[in-house]
Design a protein around this ligand. Structure first.
Ligand SMILES: [Zn+2]
Length: 248
């Protein structure tokens, strides 16, 4: 069972590494609920986490998460002691702390630019986190840490990228230059072929054009009423001009 769990985790990890640029040391944002359950199940987070994720980790939390544990009373003192050992990452609520779930969500913004993993047992928080693409979730189930399978929003984003709907500007430039290069090569090939064919084609085409030009032009002038009027006007002007010249 352990080997299977590790295999699944490895697959999920490579998904995040390949599609969302996750790199070691993995940043694990932890809240009080995760610490509390880890403590209850005698899980040593600091020891277990790098083993499970098969890499170096950086355990961190926020001031809001610590404040929330403090406010919840003596029952959570143990969890607070654990959480205090982790790096405290700056959030936007230094003056007025907010609930941990709200704080951690804000840490991820809309795209998880700092590549945080989030370790929590808070169901409300995880449902919120699943809406942000590229957020690996860790929780404790049956005495073990589990890396959740990629959320639907993560899968959707990856699929969209593969279909070319979401392409970074750098990638777009590369594509354009590649297309241009291919286009130039193709055009050059076509030009070479056309030059060889040229002597056969032009003669019949030029003959056809000449015939068409002679045919349609006179009937068009007769049909259109506007042109008739203009013709007559021109004629009148010409006559007037002639008469002026004739008078003196
Ligand atoms: Zn905060």
């Amino acid at each position: 069972m352990k080997i299977k769990r590790q295999k699944i985790a490895k697959k999920t990890l490579s998904f995040y590494k390949y599609n969302f640029n996750f790199r070691e040391p993995f940043q694990i944002l932890i809240d009080g609920t995760f610490c509390q359950v880890a403590l209850k199940n005698k899980i040593q987070i600091k020891e277990q986490m790098p083993k499970y994720l098969m890499g170096e980790v950086q355990l961190c939390t926020t001031n809001c998460a610590l404040k929330e544990l403090e406010s919840l009373g003596k029952e959570l003192v143990g969890a607070k002691i654990i959480l205090q050992r982790y790096q405290v990452r700056k959030c936007h609520h230094l003056k007025s702390p907010v609930p941990a779930s709200e704080c951690l969500l804000s840490m991820l913004e809309t795209t998880n630019p700092h590549h945080y993993f989030v370790a929590t047992q808070d169901f409300k928080l995880t449902t919120g986190l699943k809406k942000i693409p590229g957020v690996p979730l860790l929780y404790i189930i049956l005495n073990t840490i589990v890396l959740d399978k990629p959320s639907q929003s993560s899968l959707d984003q990856v699929q969209a990228a593969q279909l070319g709907e979401l392409v970074s500007p750098a990638q777009q430039q590369n594509l354009h230059t590649m297309k241009e290069e291919q286009g130039i090569i193709k055009n050059a090939d076509r030009r070479g072929k056309k030059r060889k064919r040229k002597p056969h084609n032009p003669n019949p085409l030029s003959c056809l054009k000449k015939k068409k030009k002679k045919g349609p032009t006179p009937p068009l002038k007769k049909i259109e009423p506007g042109q008739k009027r203009s013709r007559s006007r021109h004629k009148k002007h010409k006559i007037q001009g002639e008469s002026h010249v004739a008078l003196p």
